[in-house]
Design a binder for this molecule. Structure first.
Ligand code: ADP
Length: 265
């Protein structure tokens, strides 16, 4: 392909990061962003240095999920300085934090999205990290193509696919798997979210949707099954508050399932 003059600067930044993991989903609303946030917090809780990059340019949610809503990215001599989660120290970059620093939202439309994603990798002072978790928009869009291309020399470890157990969601996952194999992106495994409802009062688990679809799909494609996460109101609550759902003190069924899933990554 054509030589990108920015590639050496991109590679320099990305070479300082040991593991780069994409979090993807076939459709929206399946809990992909919540999973990316929980994974970041979970790895950080285990003592890893973690960054979280929100590539959802039009619908960024990580600033809120990570408890840094309204905080601005600072421009320093080393580049854009990510905002830092007060709960876990995870470094977060999203369009929301750029807007908070007074950047013009018009600059993030259409083809400029590609340029922006490049800046998120090239111009952000991530420093040395064990993990960079990359939350992507639902489906397979330009953002995915762009980031895979940008990381061509510093290969991501792969993608974690998040799905709910219903067949509509599972059908879109097949496309996601297809995309990853075409782009030569390794698939780390599948997470099934909202598998069942765990009652916060009595702990009884009811299967609201069918369950096990994610696991069967993983089997069909010979992929790892990373975990099954129940519907748990505390997951939504922590998301609203931007607090750390997988903190050692949290002991809901949801947080425990998430922690276990982090261990499998
Ligand atoms: P996506 O990134 O796939 O669009 P989100 O992570 O934004 O999905 O989740 C969508 C909504 O569902 C959010 O309000 C979130 O708090 C909630 N949610 C996600 N997973 C669960 C779960 N296991 N139990 C309860 N609520 C959940």
């Amino acid at each position: 392909g054509s030589l990108d003059p920015d590639q050496p600067a991109i590679d320099l930044r990305m070479n300082a990061i040991k593991h780069k993991i994409l979090v993807v989903s076939g459709k929206g609303g399946v809990g992909k962003s919540s999973m990316a946030a929980a994974l970041s917090n979970g790895l950080s809780t285990k003592g890893k240095k973690v960054g979280l990059l929100d590539l959802d340019i039009c619908g960024p949610s990580q600033a809120q999920l990570m408890g840094v809503d309204g905080e601005a990215v600072m421009n320093t001599e080393w580049g854009w300085k990510p905002v830092v989660s007060p709960h876990t120290g995870v470094k977060v970059i999203s369009v929301a934090s750029l807007l908070a620093s007074g950047e013009d939202s018009l600059a993030f439309r259409g083809p400029r999205k590609t340029a922006l994603i490049k800046r998120f990798v090239k111009d952000v002072f991530w420093g040395r990290l064990d993990y960079l978790i990359i939350d992507t928009p639902p489906g397979t869009s330009d953002e995915h193509l762009t980031v895979v291309k940008i990381l061509q020399n510093t290969k991501p470890d792969g993608a974690i696919i998040v799905t709910t157990p219903q067949s509509v969601a599972l059908a879109t996952v097949r496309k996601e798997i297809d995309f990853c194999s075409k782009m030569r992106v390794n698939i780390i495994g599948i997470v099934e979210n909202m598998s069942a409802f765990a009652c916060p009062c009595c702990g009884e688990v009811s299967e609201i949707f069918s369950s096990g679809g994610g696991e069967r799909l993983a089997e069909e494609f010979g992929l790892a099954f990373l975990g099954r996460i129940p519907i748990d109101p505390s997951i939504a609550e922590h998301g609203e508050e931007g607090s750390n759902l997988v903190a050692a003190s949290a002991n809901t069924t949801g947080s425990q399932a998430l922690l276990k899933t982090c261990d499998n990554v």
